[in-house]
Design a protein around this ligand. Structure first.
Ligand code: OVM
Length: 397
């Protein structure tokens, strides 16, 4: 079948303006209504926002590659700010081999044991917070939980773990253009980058965590020591801020939709499906980019080779062609096929770990917390890639 080439509409929408970042969903609707592909005049990038075409992009990694970076910058035109990730910013066949090494550390039995630890830590944390009663849910809950349980699972040194938040901020703000948010995040680089690389080295990882297992691939001749360090870095880049913002978004959504909190309290086992709905409804990782390796056709729109394509997962997650009442937060909805973890060969490799963390945390909260309320205005985070909060002052009741 030949598809007739369609004109690609240009749009002045700026997905890195403060207005957009604070309130993206109306812009997503506008972008979806422009068709399968539109062109961001301000940034010289194409953009895909409908569910079907987001999926089509992610399912064709040889046409829409990751090796030229998954931020707005094209690594073929400007050098990246850090050594590229051996999974995120890599294409097959290297990607396949490297991802398998990470995957191997996350076996079902390992996850089952971790889940037991996550539940115990969730109980300790929620007991402490119930005593404290009023606190900032961003730092004291959403960040504190993965900084403890995820970093413990990887086997990271306990000192100065807050650096992981600053590092994640660099990684994800670093996917945007070189705006204020990018520069502010990068201003911590000199202090944070050496700490991260130090924490990822073989001799500084705990003997029982997941991180050190990556070094088995050095011993069996698959990687150099440096490559293993870079792969361990992927755990730390991807695994903290993403989960932290998901937890913040969960708290905010449950306070904003008390009927859904009541539903969860009535059946704490809904924690599992609640997490999926949070990822659909307020995707922490809103967006990333691909780069065309050849001419690419999406629904008749032809994108030239070597162009950046912005892929808005969060928009696919609210596309009315895919979801009934997409703007309604409903923790018992069927969320199969949501794009909160991406899709295709680069779909989140740590998703089962993230699920284990947040499921346990929400379950414990549903059992122990009667209700909660805001004690001040929640403050949205301005961020090039992630959606979450800067401050969420709350009281547990
Ligand atoms: C990595 C990496 C960094 C950020 C995100 C991510 C969502 C991976 O360094 O591999 O996945």
């Amino acid at each position: 079948m030949t598809t007739i080439a369609q004109d690609i509409p240009a749009t002045p929408i700026d997905p890195f303006s403060n207005e957009y970042l604070l309130s993206p969903y109306a812009f997503h609707t506008e972008l979806r209504e422009l068709g399968p592909v539109s062109y961001l005049t301000k940034w010289d990038s194409y953009v895909v926002s409908q569910y079907q075409y987001v999926k089509e992009v992610l399912d064709q990694p040889s046409v829409f590659c990751s090796g030229a970076g998954v931020g707005i910058s094209n690594f073929k035109k400007e050098p990246p700010w850090r050594v590229p990730s051996l999974v995120l910013e890599t294409d097959p066949p290297d990607h396949t081999r490297n991802r398998a090494v990470i995957s191997k550390t996350l076996s079902p039995i390992v996850l089952r044991n971790l889940k037991i630890q996550f539940e115990a830590e969730a109980n300790l944390l929620i007991d402490r917070l119930l005593e404290k009663r009023t606190f900032d849910a961003v730092t004291d809950l959403a960040e504190a939980f993965p900084l403890k349980v995820f970093a413990d699972a990887i086997g990271i040194i306990p000192e100065n773990r807050e650096n992981l938040i600053l590092y994640g901020n660099m990684v994800f703000n670093g996917m945007g253009p070189k705006n204020e948010l990018f520069l502010e995040a990068m201003s911590h680089a000199a202090a944070v980058n050496p700490w991260v690389m130090h924490a990822c080295q073989r001799e500084n990882l705990s003997k029982t965590g997941l991180g050190i297992q990556i070094y088995d691939a050095v011993d069996s001749g698959i990687f150099t020591e440096m490559e293993a360090t870079t792969l361990v870095r992927s755990f730390l880049s991807a695994g903290i801020d993403t989960t932290a913002h998901a937890i913040s978004n969960a708290i905010h959504s449950f306070i904003s939709f008390p009927d859904q909190w009541a539903k969860l309290k009535a059946n704490p086992l809904l924690a599992k499906s609640a997490f999926e709905e949070i990822l659909r409804f307020e995707s922490p990782f809103q967006t990333f980019f691909r780069t065309t390796t050849s001419e690419a056709n999406l629904g008749g729109c032809v994108i030239p080779p070597n162009e950046k394509v912005m892929v808005i997962l969060a928009s696919g997650n609210r596309d009315p062609l895919k979801w009934d009442h997409p703007d309604v937060f409903d923790i018992s909805r069927v969320t199969v096929g949501h794009l909160g973890f991406g899709a295709g060969i680069h779909g989140c490799v740590g998703q089962m770990l993230a699920r284990a963390e947040v499921e346990m945390l929400l379950q414990v909260m549903a059992k122990k917390v009667a209700s909660f309320r805001f004690t001040g205005e929640p403050k949205r985070l301005l961020h090039n890639t992630l959606r979450g909060f800067e401050k969420l002052p709350i009281e547990l009741i």
